[in-house]
Design a protein around this ligand. Structure first.
Ligand code: NAI
Length: 413
């Protein structure tokens, strides 16, 4: 299979300068037929990374058997100039938290050529809506891919220089939304696989709405609500466990939200002929599939999360107000990102599908108060701050049919 572009090399651009961006830029650069470029717009990241580029990067990979290997690699370019980075790009990966996506869409828009693949790694709910909204006609000649998560658990050891991959996911879902004027002949999923390397195995998810309804941003807000809505306001002496500390109420809330996403998928299947939404599964089944080897008690969702070794030591986001005194941090991405670019777009899709969502409504109502925003009013997404979300309603989409028609193929071959 030939993956290279017109220039003789496949031009892969990584947008961002964090943990995931370092990993992708480094891994892609290992292929001799890939030109790996980095675009980072944040503060002085481009200058700092460029200054170290000549001596290359090190990726330390921790293998499952406890051994390690170190890879030397070197992206071709790190810049904050969108024209230099994007011109001639075949694949553009956006590897930053969702609140920073729009800034990259705006910056790249003038330079995106025809038949480009724009990838959200991960996309988070509403990635496609925002991309189409900002790129306008450019989106119609592109394909938009959304990954359900980052392929690796990774962390930066030294900026621009040294990154550690603590683990790879075994498989990872990705959906495609293809502009009807996009004439890409190179296979999209296979090329993504080539760029990422052997692991994880990239699995095609049926369509962009299915991947939105199965996004893992459903996990954090119900747990935050269940944990802190009854809190007496007194600081805690230690940070409570997040996943492994889940109680029956939190598990019920999470399960209820997940049921509503599944009900939405089923309603869509009934209303849109020929559409398969069976990839949208319950969060409990997802845990059993993805963390099978790590969970010791699989009897129910609460026990599966409490006994999932992958979550060892992960605590609630907390601020230390005085030495040894902690209060919850409602500005952390579990709320700041996973509400406007997570459960609110899901609620928006449920609304279009005519599905009642009492659990989602209750969770959003509490979360928006902590964020000092108004997305939902009662059971309807008509709050004054809806513009700050990625719900379909923000983009003027008012019927279910509009999600699956127009200038895009939702299930391209
Ligand atoms: P990160 O936290 O390392 O990203 C930070 C980078 O984002 C910065 O270096 C900068 O380039 C950009 N950024 C931050 N604030 C910005 C701002 N105000 N304006 C513009 N750009 C800004 O993120 P990471 O770890 O690379 O993760 C990327 C995404 O993947 C996130 O959504 C994260 O939730 C998700 N994820 C990360 C995992 C990990 O192991 N690191 C695992 C699973 C998912």
């Amino acid at each position: 299979m030939c993956f290279v572009g017109m220039s003789g090399k496949l031009v892969v651009v990584t947008c961002g300068g964090g943990n995931g961006a370092h990993c992708l830029a480094g891994l892609a650069a290992m292929r001799s037929d890939i030109e790996s470029r980095v675009l980072t717009l944040y503060k002085d990241e481009a200058e700092r990374w460029s200054a170290k580029l000549d001596s290359g990067m090190l990726i330390t990979v921790h293998n499952e058997d406890g051994s390690k290997k170190t890879i030397e690699t070197k992206p071709a370019l790190v810049t904050k100039d969108p024209q230099k980075a994007i011109t001639g790009a075949d694949y553009i990966f956006i590897v930053v938290p969702a609140f920073a996506h729009a800034q990259y869409f705006e910056a790249m828009s003038p330079y995106v050529g025809e038949n480009t693949v724009i990838v959200g790694l991960p996309g988070q709910a509403g990635f496609e809506f925002e991309c189409v909204h900002i790129l306008k006609s450019k989106a119609k000649t592109s394909a938009i891919v959304t990954f359900e998560s980052l392929p690796w658990a990774c962390r930066l050891i030294e900026f621009g220089k040294n990154i550690e991959i603590l683990g790879f996911k075994d498989t990872l879902g990705a959906s495609i939304l293809k502009g009807k004027q996009c004439n890409l002949t190179r296979p999209i999923i296979e090329t993504n696989q080539y760029i990422l390397g052997e692991k994880p195995k990239v699995r095609r998810v049926q369509n962009y709405i299915a991947i939105t309804l199965m996004a893992k941003s459903i996990v954090h807000p119900p747990i935050m609500y269940g944990k802190w809505s009854q809190w007496d306001g007194k600081p805690l002496k230690e940070k409570p466990l997040f996943y492994q500390g889940i109680d029956e109420r939190q598990a019920e809330l999470l399960s209820g939200v997940s049921d509503e996403c599944m009900a939405t998928a089923k309603a869509i299947e009934k209303k849109i002929e020929g559409l398969d939404m069976s990839d949208v599964i319950h969060v409990f089944d997802w845990y059993l599939n993805y963390y099978s080897d790590q969970i010791t008690d699989k009897s129910n969702l609460m026990m599966a999360m409490r006994t999932n070794k992958a979550y060892n030591g992960l605590v609630h986001p907390m601020k230390e107000v005085e030495p040894g005194k902690f209060v919850p941090d409602f500005t952390y991405r579990y709320m700041k990102e996973d509400v406007p670019e997570g459960i609110v777009p899901m609620k928006g899709i449920a609304e279009l599908a005519g599905v009642a969502t009492p659990y989602l409504d209750e969770v959003i109502t509490w979360c928006q108060k902590q964020l000092n925003k108004e997305f939902i009013v009662g059971t309807s997404l008509t709050g004054k701050d809806l513009e700050e979300t990625r719900a379909p309603q923000k983009y003027g989409i008012s019927t279910l049919q509009e999600l699956f028609s127009g200038d895009f193929e939702t299930t391209p071959i």
